[in-house]
Design a binder for this molecule. Structure first.
Ligand code: HEC
Length: 132
């Protein structure tokens, strides 16, 4: 009789423990991973041109203007060798090849930008080279 009661006590202790451990798991399901926001031409790409390119690629440049007024249309339609982006083969884009130095001289002329900035431009092209 005494032993039986002791068993009940244990059973209750175990059930409370299990119940509580389940309750700790409630809450929103957070799946960690990279942020998959699309690249924005105006917020991510133009600032790169502003800091590294427009000292030369402004209205005085003979083939390609990269100021915020015109960079998108220059790259896709108006620049001397437009389009500079190839959404079917992003890595083949003239813009990328000039930034990696695959077609020389490397842009900017002072030396290639950090790889993460080149990758950002590449991703923008992979995502469709949108004017976003
Ligand atoms: C110090 C001046 C200078 C800077 C800074 C510079 N460029 Fe250039 N870029 C030139 C000159 C000059 C040419 C034309 C001669 C040539 O093709 O090499 C050129 C050509 C290019 C071309 C080829 C144009 C065509 O019609 O084929 C691309 C693309 C280009 N630059 C992209 C860039 C990008 C992107 C940046 C910034 C990351 C940049 N450049 C920074 C001077 C510069």
């Amino acid at each position: 009789m005494r032993k039986n009661r002791l068993n009940y006590v244990w059973l209750i202790v175990i059930m409370i423990t299990l119940f509580n451990s389940c309750r700790k798991d409630t809450g929103p399901l957070v799946i960690p991973g990279p942020v998959t926001q699309p690249v924005s031409f105006s917020n991510d790409i133009q600032p790169i041109f502003n800091s590294a390119c427009i000292s030369c690629h402004n209205a005085t440049h003979p083939s390609l203007q990269l100021d915020s007024c015109c960079s998108y249309y220059e790259l896709l339609f108006v620049g001397n060798n437009a389009p500079y982006v190839d959404t079917m083969n992003p890595a083949e884009s003239r813009l990328i090849k000039r930034m990696t130095g695959e077609i020389g001289p490397t842009m900017p002329l002072t030396g290639a930008l950090p790889q993460d900035q080149i990758d950002l431009v590449l991703r923008w092209i992979e995502e469709g080279a949108r004017n976003n």
